[in-house]
Design a protein around this ligand. Structure first.
Ligand SMILES: [Zn+2]
Length: 353
């Protein structure tokens, strides 16, 4: 009897595992990027792609998207999976859909996206576990290998109606486990061949954006004589326009597009932090890019800065507090404010549901 009981238990676990292994994003109320991007390209705006690792980031993203009536991409990096656990993040995205409905949004458009997938196996694992979109980043590989790897992911993803972002060109900077010292701009003459042969649904390009909160060295920048702050070099809009001409209407993605708001950096530094010369992409340039074929803009560092600024300020003003809810609440509010600002004032994706 004991053996039989154990066998039944094992069968149940297997069945449970089988169900977990093959969860379609459609069962979770998530959407892929196809229709969302087509509308964004036609409408001259961009969809926000916010990275998340914590409950507070997830709540703030959903609240901001619901209040502004914006579609949103919630993305998970390899670092986020290591920190929070991929399964937990999947369930959080599922929770995000239900939370959006509870907040009054009848048909939320939320994408769960893998940021910087580095292997076919990782992309497959995410597709099998409820992700509606994946990025395969073969940008560090030789050109032909990048095409072959992307094509392999696309073939599997499209069987499940999951959309695939690829990358051509290399961004400088550090983001979780993705790092490069130098950037290599995307070559416009390669984009038609790459997108046709790989079959990707969108393409991340390199035109001078960069990962992290230190996007440029002081040597790459000029300094504002009045404020002493660094002024970064402009994005290569000429390359963007050449790519748009080669691939009319094709969805383009910008990574490394935090603006590193100086008021948050100042708050951090005024309350014991040390972030000298942190600098990002000016919002006017991102606004301009949003009006083009750029239809997805990745923002991660700005959320980290908004959270850290609020927490540092809170501790400075309330040294006796030790309940995480006391300092995570203002952190969540500050992130929500930042997300709403990006949606309304930079990307223009508000009222697009
Ligand atoms: Zn990136």
């Amino acid at each position: 009897m004991l053996t039989l009981h154990a066998e039944i238990e094992n069968t149940n676990i297997l069945l449970k595992n089988n169900r977990i292994i093959m969860t379609s994003y459609k069962e979770l109320g998530l959407v892929n990027t196809r229709e969302m991007f087509a509308k964004a390209v036609a409408g001259g705006y961009a969809i926000p792609a916010f990275n998340f690792n914590t409950l507070e980031q997830m709540q703030a993203i959903v609240q901001a998207a619901v209040e502004t009536k914006s579609p949103v991409i919630m993305q998970v990096s390899k670092g986020a999976r290591n920190y929070a656990n991929g399964t937990i993040l999947r369930y959080m995205a599922q929770g995000a859909v239900e939370y959006a409905k509870e907040l009054g949004c009848e048909a939320p458009q939320i994408v769960l996206h893998l940021d910087h997938g580095d292997s076919f196996e990782l992309c497959k694992d995410c597709i099998d576990n409820g992700f509606s979109s994946v990025m395969i980043d073969g940008s560090s590989l030789p050109y032909e290998e990048n095409i072959a790897l992307t094509k392999k992911v696309v073939e599997y993803a499209h069987q499940h109606d999951v959309t695939v972002e690829a990358e051509l060109g290399v961004l400088a900077g550090v983001e979780d486990e993705v790092a490069s010292e130098v950037s290599h701009y995307t070559k416009p003459e390669e984009v038609i061949d790459f997108s046709t042969r790989s079959g990707c649904d969108s393409l991340a390009i390199s035109i001078g954006t960069s990962h992290g909160a230190y996007k440029f060295t002081p040597e790459q920048c000029t300094r504002d004589p009045k404020t002493g702050k660094l002024v970064p070099p402009p994005l290569a809009f000429d390359i963007l326009h050449q790519i748009e001409e080669k691939l009319p209407g094709f969805p383009i993605v910008l990574h490394g597009s935090s603006s590193v708001p100086q008021d948050e950096v100042d708050t951090i530094n005024a309350h014991g932090g040390k972030l000298p010369d942190a600098v990002g992409i000016p919002e006017e340039q991102l606004r301009e890019a949003s009006k083009s074929a750029v239809c997805k803009i990745n923002i991660d560092s700005d959320s980290r800065l908004a959270m850290t600024a609020a927490i540092r300020k809170h501790f400075d003003e309330n040294p006796g507090h030790f309940d995480p809810r006391q300092y995570l609440k203002p952190a969540r509010e500050n992130m929500k404010k930042m997300y709403m600002h990006k949606i309304v004032d930079v990307l223009g994706s508000d009222n697009k549901l």
